[in-house]
Design a binder for this molecule. Structure first.
Ligand code: IVH
Length: 666
């Protein structure tokens, strides 16, 4: 270790910045660029330094996230600016009235609103001072809240120090703390395994956790946060809300990607419908849409009532539950063969939607809730992803039948087995069980993989069921004439599919590997493989030791990769793909550390660089930068929120280099 104190200080400081940046990549962008082991090594190194030099512990050190237990409860704090609530609209008429009134009051023909999901979590006020996390206070009664600084500090996507420029001295922000539905289900599963009381919904977990006196509890619970507002002292820097949120994003604060500027009443309603249709696929709960006037001058003109701003409204979803009969339980087979139970219900109207199926997750969930066929069950759509059975009405129980996992696969009849981790059941017939085959082809064609458009689930289903194709490599044997005869396929759509299939033949190594659908090999692992093997032949002929040497690949995934390439069927498929003209391009050969003769396009917001700095670095290394993506572009240097250039690069099969990778290339 260096002994000179100022040198040490610089070392520790830079180690903290590096770790915090990895935290940001992992927790905010969901796009880590190092393995957990590498992260742990950095973290341990920092801990070692801090143990040896306790007077060099910085406030924003990641080791300082979990503080000690609070004795005597939370302190009450008066909000500098009260935390108000929002007026509500519960139908189109209410919303129209709001829109007409603000237009009239501002004497405008049209007004631009900023639309955001209404997160169903816990409201919080967060303060940064000189760019460093200072404190967090709950809403309380709006005037006085509780100081929950220590618990909020454990939220890993909350930056302890802001990055970027133009950071005001004091920054008072509004945010919502939440838990993802996946984490919520995991937590409840664990609680029920230990015979402990489970939580009713993710919001209750977030609220309950933030009020725990021991910060190690909130640290374990993996809470998350979305920032949705900056309060008046800060608006000086920006003219409107959208610019403020962009600014917060550039500071490294998590902002919801679904936010959108809507320029008139029609677009505002389109957004509402879009959010309703997206809601089921979100991994967090929302209970409406919040519309806010974007322009701060207009906001100031309208001001506040005693309770809420006049310039915003929450248009809440109708949330409801209904009771119905569970008529049957069927079993679905997923891409990896996992068999999951699905509830078949007597159709029932819940909040305007007719529901006839609900998710049952897994067999444990069925036994935990003691759900049986013929039971009357309460079904909920109140912010849940897909309709879900909340509970059984036991007083109605008559002649109910217990649910058992079938012994054979419902699709192909093969004997079902337990998964290796014993958590669920699967059909092992991965190459001939039709739902598995269909979904593996769907995965192969998906956007992040081969990006073949026009190949929807029903077309693939028809092709497989009619035995026109047996696996993904057969896609390249299709012709316009083989498609045109199929139901609902015209000349134009057949032509488009074939064109897209042909276009997919030029593919980068990482996406090709991802497309193969090797168990547990997501795009990140596929990239690691692509960076460690010079070509597909080398990977196909690797031995176990070569994989073990790659430190980012653990033993289980390593076994999956090894077994995949050992199987003659997979070897044959890959050979067929190459025989059909798949042309894999290899990043290592393409882009070298010397950028001479390489043309780049830059898009998105970057954490460690300004755009100009990236341009300079490329030029210094002999490359050039263009503003438009074309066939001649070699790679896209991509930051957060890259916009349409990203899609264009996917379409043209142009290499995408994310910020972390770019730093490595430098
Ligand atoms: S803006 C003046 N934006 O809804 C109040 N609030 O019913 C400005 N909420 O306490 C609030 N998502 O906790 C705003 N995108 C969003 C929100 C949001 C959820 C909560 C917030 C507030 C409550 C008001």
């Amino acid at each position: 270790m260096p002994t000179n104190i100022s040198l040490l200080k610089i070392k520790i400081r830079s180690l903290i910045d590096i770790i915090n940046n990895h935290n940001y990549l992992y927790h905010t962008l969901d796009n880590p660029d190092i393995s957990d082991t590498e992260y742990d090594a950095l973290y341990l190194k920092l801990k070692e330094y801090e143990k040896k030099y306790p007077n060099l512990i910085f406030n924003d050190s990641p080791t300082q996230r979990v503080g000690s237990k609070l004795l005597g409860g939370f302190n009450k704090v008066k909000h500098q600016i009260p935390m108000l609530s929002l007026s509500n609209a519960s139908n189109d008429k209410d919303f129209d009235e709001f829109y007409i009134k603000i237009k009239k009051d501002l004497k405008l023909k049209n007004i631009t609103l900023f639309a955001e999901p209404k997160f169903d979590g816990l409201a919080i006020s967060v303060i940064y001072k000189n760019g460093v996390y200072d404190s967090a206070v709950t809403r309380g009664d709006g005037e006085i809240g509780e100081d929950v600084t220590a618990n909020v500090k454990t939220i890993k996507s909350l930056p302890l120090k802001l990055t970027g420029t133009d950071i005001p001295k004091t920054l008072i922000l509004r945010a919502e703390i939440y838990m993802t539905i996946a984490d919520f289900n995991k937590l409840n599963d664990k609680l029920s395994r230990n015979n402990e009381k489970i939580f009713a919904n993710p919001r209750n977990v977030a609220a309950g956790t933030i009020r725990q006196l021991d910060p190690s509890v909130s640290s374990e619970r993996n809470l998350r946060i979305f920032f949705h507002g900056v309060i008046e002292t800060f608006t000086m820097l920006d003219k409107n809300h959208m610019d403020s949120l962009d600014r917060l994003k550039s500071y490294g604060l998590p902002i919801c990607e679904l936010n959108k500027l809507v320029k008139n009443l029609g677009s505002a309603k389109d957004y509402y419908n879009h959010i309703i249709s997206t809601r089921d696929s979100l991994d967090y709960e929302i209970d409406g849409v919040v519309y806010k006037i974007n322009n701060y001058d207009y906001r100031n003109q309208l001001g506040f009532t005693a309770k809420a701003p006049r310039w915003a409204i929450a248009y809440k979803f109708i949330s409801a539950e209904a009771i119905t009969t569970l008529t049957n339980v069927t079993f679905q087979v997923g891409r990896t063969g996992v068999v999951t139970p699905v509830a078949e219900l007597a159709p029932v109207n819940i909040g305007g939607v007719l529901v006839s199926r609900a998710s049952l997750h897994n067999m444990d969930e069925i036994s935990r809730k003691d759900i049986r066929v013929n039971d009357k069950v309460y079904v909920k759509r109140a912010g849940d992803v897909i309709p879900e059975i909340d509970r059984v009405s036991l007083e109605h129980r008559k002649k109910s039948v217990k649910i058992a996992i079938p012994s054979k696969c419902p699709a192909c009849g093969t004997k079902i087995i337990k998964t290796i981790d014993q958590s669920s059941y699967k059909c092992p017939n991965e190459y001939s069980c039709s739902p598995q085959v269909i979904q593996s082809i769907q995965h192969f064609a998906s956007r992040k993989a081969m990006n073949i458009s026009g190949l929807g689930e029903s077309l693939i289903e028809t092709l497989v069921n009619k035995k026109i194709i047996k696996n993904y490599s057969d896609l390249y044997t299709l012709s316009i004439s083989s498609l045109i005869t199929l139901n609902r396929m015209g000349a134009k759509s057949s032509e488009n599919v074939i064109e897209s299939i042909n276009k997919s033949k030029d593919i980068s190594f990482d996406r090709f590997l991802y497309a193969l659908g090797i168990r547990e090999v997501g795009i990140t692992t596929a990239r690691i493989l692509a960076n460690n093997f010079s070509d597909i032949d080398m990977l196909m002929n690797h031995n176990k030791i070569q994989l073990e040497e790659i430190k980012d690949i653990g033993p289980v995934v390593g076994d999956n990769i090894y077994n995949f390439f050992k199987l003659p069927r997979n070897k044959k498929n890959i050979a067929n793909l190459i025989g059909h003209g798949i042309n894999i391009f290899y990043a290592k050969k393409n882009i070298t550390r010397d950028f001479h003769n390489f043309k780049f396009v830059i898009s998105g917001v970057f954490k460690s660089f300004k755009r100009k700095e990236i341009e300079d670095k490329i030029i210094q290394k002999g490359g050039s930068v263009s503003n438009t993506v074309s066939k001649n572009t070699h790679a896209l240097i991509m930051g957060v929120n890259p916009g349409s250039k990203y899609q264009k690069c996917l379409d043209l099969n142009i290499k995408i280099i994310e910020e972390g990778e770019f730093i490595k290339l430098l």
